[in-house]
Every structure is written in C-alpha cells, then in structure tokens.
Write a protein that binds this ligand. Structure first.
Ligand SMILES: *[C@@H]1O[C@H](CO)[C@@H](O)[C@H](O)[C@H]1NC(C)=O
Ligand SMILES: *[C@@H]1O[C@H](CO)[C@@H](O)[C@H](O)[C@H]1NC(C)=O
Ligand SMILES: *[C@@H]1O[C@H](CO)[C@@H](O)[C@H](O)[C@H]1NC(C)=O
Ligand SMILES: *[C@@H]1O[C@H](CO)[C@@H](O)[C@H](O)[C@H]1NC(C)=O
Ligand SMILES: *[C@@H]1O[C@H](CO)[C@@H](O)[C@H](O)[C@H]1NC(C)=O
Ligand SMILES: *[C@@H]1O[C@H](CO)[C@@H](O)[C@H](O)[C@H]1NC(C)=O
Ligand SMILES: *[C@@H]1O[C@H](CO)[C@@H](O)[C@H](O)[C@H]1NC(C)=O
Ligand SMILES: *[C@@H]1O[C@H](CO)[C@@H](O)[C@H](O)[C@H]1NC(C)=O
Ligand SMILES: *[C@@H]1O[C@H](CO)[C@@H](O)[C@H](O)[C@H]1NC(C)=O
Ligand SMILES: *[C@@H]1O[C@H](CO)[C@@H](O)[C@H](O)[C@H]1NC(C)=O
Length: 310
C-alpha cells in the first residue's frame, strides 16, 4: 500500500517536472517563435517586433536558405549562438589579398563591421594575420574616447620558414594581436610589400581576421584552409541600454525585473541582468526565471502552481 502511494507520488512529481521543463525551455515571450534553424533565440532577442526588447535585439530569420539562417544587424551577420551571459557568436568576414603570378592583384576585399550596440569581445577574440608577405591593419573609433584605434601586424617569410610553425604566432606566416575593450566598429585591410612575387608559388594570398581564439589555431594547413573560408567565428558582447544600473533603474524602460539583479560589466557603460541567487532561467524574461526549490516543493501538494513569486 505504502509502495503504491509512493509510486503515485513519483508519477505526479515526474509529470510535474516534465511540465516545468517545458516552461523553463520557453525563453521567448509568449506567442513568439523561439527558434531559427537550430538556434534558439532567447529574450531580449526576438524575431518579430514585440518579441525583442528593442530593435537592437532583432534577429532576422532568413528562411530562403536551408537550414534557415539567423541574421543580425540588417542581415549582414549570421548568428551562430546566443548566450544570456552577454555574448553573441557571429560569422565575420575574412579580409584577403590575392595575387597573380605576375604580381597583379587577383582578388581582395576590405571588410567592415558595424556592430551598433554590440562591442567586439576583447577577451575572446584576437586579430590574426596569415601570410608571407603581409601588412594587415584594423582601425576605427574607440567607443569611450572617440579616438581612432589602429593596430597592425606584418610578416615576411621564405618558403622554408613558412612551414615550421604549428599553433604558434611568431611573425613567421602568422601573427596575432590582441584587441582593446570597447571596440564597436572594425575596418580591416590586407596589403603586401612585394605583391607576393617571391612567395607566390607557395603563398599567393594573405588573410586577416578577428576570430574567436578558441576556434582558430594556426598550422601549416591554414593557408590552404583559409582559401575556402569567407567567414570565421567571432564573439560580440551585448548588454542593455547605454547607462549604468544606478542611472537606468530610475527610467521607465528599465529591464531589470523581479528575481533578477542588474549589474555593470567591467569596463562597460551599459548593464546586464543575472538571476538572484537560487533562481535559474532567463533573467530578462519574467516567466522564465524559476527557483529550483520553490519549483519542486509545491508539486508535492499542488501541481498547478509551477512558479511561486518570491
Ligand atoms: C546547427 O546547424 C548547423 C548547420 O546545419 C550545424 O553545423 C550545427 O552543428 C547545428 N548545431 C546544433 C547544436 O545542432
Ligand atoms: C537570405 O539569404 C540569401 C542567400 O544568402 C540572400 O540572397 C538573401 O538576400 C537573404 N535574405 C535576407 C532577407 O537577408
Ligand atoms: C553556445 O554557447 C554556450 C556557452 O558557451 C555553449 O554551452 C553551447 O554549447 C553553445 N551552443 C552552440 C550551438 O555552439
Ligand atoms: C597578369 O596575370 C593575369 C592572370 O594570369 C593576367 O590576366 C594579366 O593580364 C597579367 N598582367 C600582366 C601585366 O601581365
Ligand atoms: C603591385 O600591385 C599593385 C596593386 O595591384 C600595383 O599597383 C603595383 O603596380 C604592383 N607592383 C608590382 C611590382 O607588380
Ligand atoms: C571605415 O570604413 C568606412 C567605409 O569605407 C568609412 O566610412 C569609415 O570612415 C572608416 N572608418 C575609419 C575610422 O576610417
Ligand atoms: C564622441 O562623439 C560623440 C558624437 O560626435 C559625442 O556626442 C561625444 O560627446 C564624444 N565623446 C567624447 C568622449 O569625446
Ligand atoms: C603541424 O600540425 C599538423 C596537424 O597537427 C601535422 O600534421 C604537421 O605534421 C605539423 N607540422 C609540423 C612542421 O610540425
Ligand atoms: C552611479 O555610480 C557611479 C559609480 O559607482 C557613480 O560615479 C555615479 O555618480 C552614480 N550615478 C548616480 C546617478 O547615482
Ligand atoms: C578594463 O580596462 C583596464 C584598463 O584599460 C584593462 O587593463 C582591463 O584588462 C580591462 N578589463 C576587461 C575585462 O576588459
């Protein structure tokens, strides 16, 4: 008898947890689509007006390609991941500069990134230049000072040097420069010293890009692989508003609500939210924050109260 009662209790608990699981997974606003392709789009991001916090967080789902492609900022950038811990992963252009055997330019581009309210994550990305006759640069205005930020990387190598290094950046074939915090825009260029004339037989092209450092490592295969890459992964930081918590909390559009806490990321003027201790879920979405303990306890007695207010 006691066993049966226990089984029934287990069954109830199990079905309640299933129901709770479904609510927890619902990270978008009610009535809003959560996925584009296989990427889930948590609030404050959203795909249709009213589903996102504001236009900065609009993701366009391009359904004319298969699988559908989530796009940010007027469709320029493909989004590959969104985390509520302040980052968006995107695919960004690789800058290249290619030559014909006779030293004339065969193919080149000067990519730019206009990141709007996002900043280029300086703790996850590096600027990398790959080539044996390369002068690569990134520049643009710096968010806080309005000064033009400028950095570069240069390398020249002979055939024998080029293939000695694996995963290290010594200036031979590949070099890496860190980027400062607060960069919102990026202009990139790749130029050469001698039009690749003496390295052309093994290195007709140079490449430069800002890349998520955990997703790129240099090896002797990099020259060949980069020839087929138009984009590489990069991380952007996001936050809400452009003022610190103590200023924003007095404004009507303040986004920090129940069971979540506002915090100011280091070196940034904007704010983010995190759930209060003991709470889990999406701190931007009121219904998706839950407290593990409060979630389970009521189910023992009452199944229909999935969330208790604090
Ligand atoms: C999402 O789809 C892309 C392209 O089809 C695939 O490369 C990636 O592994 C998928 N991600 C997940 C988490 O399924
Ligand atoms: C969707 O992707 C295709 C193929 O890349 C592109 O031609 C089209 O412009 C995109 N649509 C939108 C709305 O960005
Ligand atoms: C997205 O990022 C999170 C946190 O870094 C990671 O756990 C998750 O596996 C990533 N998802 C994909 C599809 O890359
Ligand atoms: C250089 O080579 C390219 C491609 O082979 C050719 O189209 C071009 O006419 C050449 N230019 C000169 C000045 O020889
Ligand atoms: C190198 O390339 C540039 C740009 O295509 C061209 O103006 C210049 O004449 C070339 N120099 C040589 C030595 O071929
Ligand atoms: C970056 O490139 C864009 C387009 O070419 C240009 O309008 C902008 O002034 C450039 N930024 C800087 C700092 O040179
Ligand atoms: C940067 O430029 C903007 C627009 O021109 C201006 O409003 C702002 O005060 C400037 N900031 C600094 C620190 O000079
Ligand atoms: C570089 O790494 C690749 C793949 O790990 C390996 O096949 C190759 O032999 C290495 N080259 C040198 C010079 O160590
Ligand atoms: C907000 O906090 C910063 C740093 O803690 C302080 O300098 C600033 O005066 C505060 N602003 C307001 C409106 O309280
Ligand atoms: C914040 O800025 C300081 C000084 O500019 C710098 O040393 C530090 O690395 C920055 N921290 C982050 C997380 O970007």
């Amino acid at each position: 008898m006691a066993t049966l009662a226990l089984r029934i209790l287990q069954l109830i608990l199990f079905s309640c947890l299933l129901a709770a699981g479904a609510s927890v997974a619902s990270q978008s606003l009610p009535g809003c689509k959560l996925e584009c392709g296989n990427l889930s789009i948590p609030y404050p991001f959203g795909m249709t007006p009213g589903c996102n916090l504001n236009e900065d967080f609009l993701i366009t789902c391009n359904t004319s390609v298969s699988p559908p492609r989530p796009q940010l900022l007027d469709g320029n950038l493909e989004v590959t991941n969104i985390t509520l811990e302040r980052q968006v992963e995107i695919l960004n252009y690789v800058a290249k500069d290619c030559y014909n055997h006779n030293g004339t330019n065969a193919d080149w581009n000067f990519p730019q990134l206009r990141a709007a309210m996002f900043t280029i994550s300086n703790d996850r990305n590096n600027f990398i230049a790959v080539g044996c006759d390369i002068k690569a640069q990134i520049w643009d205005e710096h968010e806080h000072t309005n000064s033009t930020y400028f950095t570069g990387s240069m390398a020249y190598c002979e055939k024998t040097d080029a293939f000695h290094l694996n995963g290290s950046y010594s200036g031979v074939g590949c070099c890496q420069v860190s980027i400062p915090s607060g960069l919102k825009n990026l202009n990139m260029s790749v130029l050469s010293y001698y039009n690749h004339t003496s390295v052309w037989d093994f290195n007709p092209c140079s490449y430069a890009f800002v890349v998520d450092e955990s997703k790129f490592s240099f090896s002797d295969k990099s020259f060949g692989e980069l020839a087929h890459k138009e984009f590489l992964p990069m991380a952007l930081d996001w936050a809400i508003g452009n003022e610190p918590c103590n200023v924003s909390e007095h404004k009507p559009d303040y986004a920090c609500k129940q069971n979540s806490i506002c915090y100011n990321p280091k070196n940034r003027s904007d704010y983010l939210r995190r759930c209060k201790d003991g709470y889990h879920g999406n701190p931007y979405h009121h219904d998706a924050i839950y407290n593990m303990l409060l979630l389970i306890l009521p189910f023992l007695f009452h199944c229909s109260v999935p969330f208790l207010p604090l």
